[in-house]
Ligand binder design. Structure first.
Ligand SMILES: Cc1ncc(COP(=O)(O)O)c(C=O)c1O
Length: 435
């Protein structure tokens, strides 16, 4: 599994980690570095190698974004071609061909109603823009009292101000309210249709003050699949109350669940769609907010505000957009979505056949496409499973008590078997059983 060391690997992991500790501030916490932190220096397909030459199967696709795996040549060539031609051009006073082409291409996938795309740089920024667009839309439409954004508990929307407020729902004074959702199954007394009754009651009382309902089709890093019926009913409720539906497909968009967008399973369309991770498959940083023409028109016809006073220096970055175009070529052309469905089924079935679902401390085994979650009885046990699997050469994401399996969508049948074996071995290891 060893490869020729890349120039960055001219030191071993220990040296890099020492330098990391001295100067780097990692996302989410200043002190995430431990003896298990990997210094990854190269990758090919679904495999990555660290600075000590150790190889791993990456069953978490970097940060659930490397959907095409590492070293995808057509994407790399497109990035390099665009960089040599024109790395980017200002989208405030001008425009650029890759941004135009990508907006058109996305409209071809999401349309006909969802046909306007605003570009930003990350998932959190996309959510930030969704919230501003929703509130401004109502102001421009003569309903400035509609400011409240309703999100669902157990969701995840990011870490910028609005995205984090929607994630925690802990900012009612700022107009963010979080309600129990359909998953995990609503608590007794919450209505026999899960969280739908809760949201119906809420909109019945506060609908006139509500700008939007924001949710993910597969909720949070727990990988809870929102039932299709819930999405369908919620779509109707939003329409009844004049509330915009914002779908956060930052994690699920562009193939992760085996369809281009997870909303396709429920056969609904949101008014506003946020995407990011799979859009560039990790080869560039890009986020997108796609809205209906109706939402866009409210801004187009506004003479006072002059449109949405929102945007970034790198909005529509030409190289990032060219990257996304090349990623879409792969997703649409190379059987990637079919592979996602088949390998996802294989993974769930393999884990089932390996007795994972029957293990005493496994609470649940669920998945859609290549987003599969093994829910354990405690975060502590999940930490040990992740550690054991890393020792065994397979990398997974852990969130709370959940082990998240979200490999590149190009994973092979043999590699899926390898991931399955590693999960089963970890669950049966003394280290994990000892808790
Ligand atoms: C559903 C969802 N929304 C938003 C975000 C935030 O995206 P980013 O980390 O790019 O800011 C994430 C990131 O994991 C996500 O999974």
């Amino acid at each position: 599994m060893s490869r020729a060391p890349s120039p960055q690997a001219n030191h071993g992991s220990d040296t890099w980690l020492e330098r990391d500790r001295a100067h780097l501030w990692h996302p989410w916490a200043p002190n995430r570095i431990s003896s298990e932190t990997l210094v990854i220096v190269s990758g090919e397909g679904c495999r990555v190698w660290d600075a000590d030459g150790r190889g791993f199967l990456d069953a978490k696709a970097s940060g659930l974004n490397a959907t095409l795996g590492y070293g995808c040549r057509p994407v790399i060539d497109a990035v390099s071609d665009q960089l040599s031609r024109l790395m980017t051009y200002d989208m405030i006073e001008g425009t650029s061909v890759p941004a135009i082409e990508l907006a058109r291409r996305i409209a071809g996938l999401t349309g006909p109603e969802l046909n306007r795309t605003f570009f930003c740089n990350s998932g959190s920024e996309a959510i930030e823009a969704c919230v501003r667009i929703a509130r401004s839309y109502h102001t421009l439409s003569g309903s400035s009292e509609r400011t409240q954004v309703v999100s669902l508990r157990n969701g995840y929307h990011g870490t910028t101000m609005a995205a984090f407020a929607a994630t925690t729902g802990a900012a009612p004074e700022a107009g963010f309210v979080s309600l129990p959702g359909p998953v995990p199954p609503a608590a007794p007394g919450m209505g026999d249709r899960g969280g739908l009754d809760v949201i119906r009651d809420h909109l019945g009382e506060h609908g006139r003050r509500t700008a939007a309902v924001l949710l993910e089709p597969v909720q949070g890093l727990g990988g809870h699949i929102v039932p299709d019926e819930y999405l369908w009913e919620l779509r109707k409720l939003c329409d009844e109350h004049g509330v915009l539906m914002i779908l956060d497909e930052v994690m699920t968009g562009f193939g992760r669940t085996g369809r281009m967008f997870a909303y396709e399973y429920a056969d609904i369309r949101p008014d506003i769609l946020a995407t990011s991770k799979g859009l560039t498959a990790g080869y560039a940083s890009l986020g997108a907010v796609t809205t209906t023409q109706r939402v866009f028109d409210a801004f187009e016809h506004d003479r006072d505000v002059g449109g949405l006073a929102h945007g970034h220096t790198h909005s529509g970055h030409a190289t990032a957009c060219a990257t996304a175009l090349a990623v879409l070529d792969q997703l649409e052309g190379a059987g990637v979505l079919a592979n996602t469905q088949e390998r996802g089924r294989q993974l769930l079935e393999g884990l089932g056949a390996g007795g994972v679902g029957d293990t005493a401390f496994v609470r649940d085994l669920r998945g859609r496409g290549l987003l599969v979650v093994v829910e354990l009885d405690s975060p502590r046990r999940a930490v040990r499973v992740k550690q054991s699997m890393q020792q065994d050469g397979v990398l997974v994401r852990r969130s709370g008590a959940n082990i998240i399996l979200a490999p590149p969508l190009v994973i092979t049948a043999e590699e899926v078997d390898r991931v399955t074996e590693a999960v089963v071995a970890a669950l049966n290891s003394d280290y994990v059983l000892a808790i």
